[in-house]
Design a protein around this ligand. Structure first.
Ligand SMILES: Nc1nc2c(ncn2[C@@H]2O[C@H](COP(=O)(O)OP(=O)(O)OP(=O)(O)O)[C@@H](O)[C@H]2O)c(=O)[nH]1
Ligand SMILES: [Mg+2]
Length: 385
């Protein structure tokens, strides 16, 4: 969505306080999202309202202030910390004569930049088209006028719009078909893993919690780690061996965020299914975040949306090095490990994670009556000491 000729587009953030308790954190998160999208934040326009304005989301006065700020800072795009209706977005773009993105658009843009695998790219494209299809209504032609200038009157008419809609539907259908095939292949891989009695564990959690850092520590791999939101998009799986246990397949997955756009949850169904099908979830939390309880709730919310709330979960409180907490573990009333305090960065407390994996594996073996000897022998994959 954004062009980045030699650097990020200049942007103004817009955030309204409707009296929610986590207002400051949500604005901070928008900043991180904008930086992760590669935007150059020039200013932030804030305001307070009891409820959104129907036409511009912000009031007319605030829209004028925004327009002046954008001109003064030579900004090309306004990024709203909210979800705008298609007509609000349109009205704002007309009024400001500049591009307007909402939170969902921003997240979709980050995903589009990060997508690496064939499947990831298809999933992002599907999500973008789904999002677009709700916006493709009569009157969208103002964007044509923006580029066109003199001589362009009204832009494409109804027929063009119908054509676009039909093309969009065909493309969406095609993408869905391709993704369904890939999903089938994943299913086959997963079943063969199940047959070979390999326990599968998925790392899940809020974006930037440290999932990939923990993944790299445990499997001695080099998955991309960065202080940015949605650094990981594609699921990576590696086999690892725990002392006194059999092999485990550990998967690093895409991070979650508050109000994860619905189109993304749907499009990423196959990737997220890794979590649904796992034998165990390691729910990684940035324990130093002031918003950690809210983040845990949000992650559990998405997990239940995709049907992964039945999978046993161990809460991994990560980044204890930033808090002065000691590494350790807690058990639930059934004696199962339910909480671990670690630092994926320093490696403190990692043996507790391995212990949790080994104990869960033992339980699975007891439950299914499978002999441990039926486990495969270590191969070339990363052995964990
Ligand atoms: N101090 C400290 N920093 C950590 C720790 N674990 C991860 N980090 C940092 O937190 C940032 C995010 O880490 P990632 O491993 O990329 O987080 P993630 O959960 O995979 O994030 P996404 O893929 O974006 O969802 C990086 O800058 C890491 O270096 C930790 O235990 N302590
Ligand atoms: Mg990651």
């Amino acid at each position: 969505m954004f062009d980045r000729p030699g650097g990020g587009d200049a942007a103004v953030l817009v955030s309204l306080d409707f009296g929610e308790p986590d207002y400051e954190e949500s604005l901070q998160e928008l900043r991180q999202l904008a930086i992760s999208a590669g935007l150059d934040i020039r200013a932030t326009v804030e305001g307070k309202r009891p409820k959104p304005d129907a036409k511009y989301f912000v009031g007319t006065g605030k829209a004028e202030e925004l327009s002046a700020t954008m001109k003064a800072t030579e900004s090309l795009v306004a990024v709203f910390n909210h979800d705008l209706s298609p007509s609000q977005q349109r009205n704002l773009e007309r009024f400001l004569e500049r591009r307007v993105a909402d939170r969902t658009g921003l997240i979709l843009d980050i995903f589009a930049q990060r997508a690496q695998s064939h499947e990831g790219k298809l999933q992002v494209e599907l999500a973008q088209l789904e999002h677009l299809s709700t916006r493709l209504v009569r009157g969208w032609t103002h964007l044509e006028r923006q580029k066109g200038g003199i001589g362009v009157r009204g832009g494409p008419g109804e027929t063009q719009l119908e054509l676009d809609r039909r093309m969009l539907r065909v493309r969406i259908k095609g993408l869905r078909g391709k993704l369904a095939k890939l999903k089938q292949q994943r299913g086959i891989q997963r079943r063969s893993r199940k047959r070979s009695q390999v326990m599968s564990v998925s790392l899940v959690g809020y974006t930037n919690a440290g999932k990939s850092t923990l993944f790299n520590r445990l499997t001695q791999s080099g998955v991309y780690v960065a202080d940015q939101l949605f650094a990981t998009l594609d699921t990576t799986s590696r086999k690892l061996f725990i002392p006194e246990g059999g092999p485990v397949v550990l998967s690093d997955t895409v991070g979650f965020i508050k109000h994860l756009p619905h189109a993304l949850v749907e499009a990423f169904g196959a990737t997220l299914e890794e979590a649904v099908q796992a034998d165990l979830l390691l729910h990684v939390v940035d324990v130093a975040s002031t918003n950690r309880d809210e983040q845990i709730l949000q992650v559990n919310c998405v997990l239940s949306e995709i049907g992964a709330d039945q999978v046993h979960q161990v809460l991994v409180l990560n980044q204890i090095d930033r808090t002065g907490m000691e590494p350790g573990l807690e058990r639930d009333e059934y004696g199962r490990i339910c909480k671990i305090r670690v630092s994926a960065k320093t490696g403190d407390g990692l043996h507790f994670v391995r212990q949790a994996l080994a104990e869960h594996q033992r339980r699975l073996i007891e439950q299914s009556g499978i002999e441990k000897t039926s486990f495969e022998q270590p191969s070339q994959s990363s052995a964990v000491a």
